[in-house]
Design a protein around this ligand. Sequence first.
Ligand code: SAH
Ligand code: SF4
Ligand code: F3S
Length: 450
Amino acid sequence: MTTKFHSVKPILDNKLKQVYIETYGCQMNVNDSEVVLSVLQPAGYSICEKIQEASLILVNTCSIRDNAEQKIWARIEQFRPLKKRNKSLKVGILGCMAERLKEKLLDNGVVDIVAGPDSYRKLPSLIEALSGGDKQINTMLSQEETYADISPVRMDKNGVSAFIAIMRGCNNFCSYCVVPYVRGRERSRNPQSIVNEAKELFESGYKEVTLLGQNVNSYLWDKEVTFAKLLEMVAGISPQLRVRFSTSHPKDMDDSVLHTIAANSNICRHIHLPVQSGSDAVLKRMNRKYTREEYLARVEKIRQIVPECTLSTDMIAGFSGETEDDHKETLSIMEQVGYYTSFMFQYSERPDTKAAEKYPDNIPHEIKNRRLNEIIELQNRLSLISNEQDVGKEFEVLVEGTSKRSAGELFGRTSQNKVCVFPAGDYKVGDYVKVKVTSCSSATLKGVTV
Ligand code: SAH
Ligand code: SF4
Ligand code: F3S
């Protein structure tokens, strides 16, 4: 899953208490912020656009790398003067950092509430209890919580594409990763509640849903409903509803999912299949549970069963003990697979993970940085090659909005998840449009409607 800052669309209602929500981290957090709003609305809160108008600021946080946490610490400091000016203003820290750092977040005197990812149902009572004067904290991870019965209030901007969490937590314990510690054990959500949510979204105008989980391929309900089955159920809602999913773990991606994709044209032809490294020695220390060869065999199967599918990946540069040869293997696997895009990171040691315990963070910063830059440069080249192969071809694009560069153009995505820009004509957001690609950059396809 991608990690970035997400802004939210305001719902203004002056009679209600105003809450300002900021979301950092992956799509799971975006979805969780929507769950939070659904929990708060019946308690008399509505979202506000301006932080100055808020009586409650909530920050949904990410712990995946040290710089993600540093950003949030700096943000918390910016609330200090706001609280001086407005004595009744309260600040709550939600999400992964809340779970990881717990009461440490209260020490700076700015934060009033700390609530981990499985405790959002308790938010109204935590806020209520603040009037007693004590700071509130709840970070108990749960074995069951899936928020299955909560219909998240959609905060996304385009009204076309929405996230649906199909599971929570992670059991994989990749040695570098904090997620299993801050999100708890893996649990799948009742498939009927997922299908109902997707149906409701489609009926209210949405055209695309992305099924979310840290490892969607290990989705399992009642020993019977597998991820392939779930995909089929969601795809069956309507051929006009596109279905995406993220993230697939290479060790669990089996052929049944590929056959389901091949049999349903509305399941998008894109798989995010993070490899992390191309070196077997590094993959082993990362506890990824596949070899380079096994990964490439998966890719080969994808090419056979869903030939028009694009692939993307996540890459970590400079993991403990990574040699120059290991790094070269990373570059060579990227080249071999030909990813159309990648999310690329320098290794950041996370306290209390297996890697922090067993493998020293021993690659100097300059080397990590140089390797990351080589990975980025290569990816730019691969993205351009991948896009150039699409010039002259036709794709169905689902329109998401007006192009940032020119009001006369719309942008959307192909089934392969590539962004495509074309002249607006009479088309509007939410339409499916046939576009012939006429040119490209490494980031975008440009085309004309046909
Ligand atoms: N569950 C998803 C990934 C979630 S985290 C999966 O397994 O693919 C998103 C990405 O962050 C990971 O794929 C990894 O590339 C990166 N990441 C996780 N922990 C990291 C760390 N300690 N340092 C650098 N990158 C990390
Ligand atoms: Fe982290 Fe690995 Fe789980 Fe992904 S699969 S969230 S990288 S532990
Ligand atoms: Fe997501 Fe960051 Fe948590 S990537 S699961 S918000 S640690």
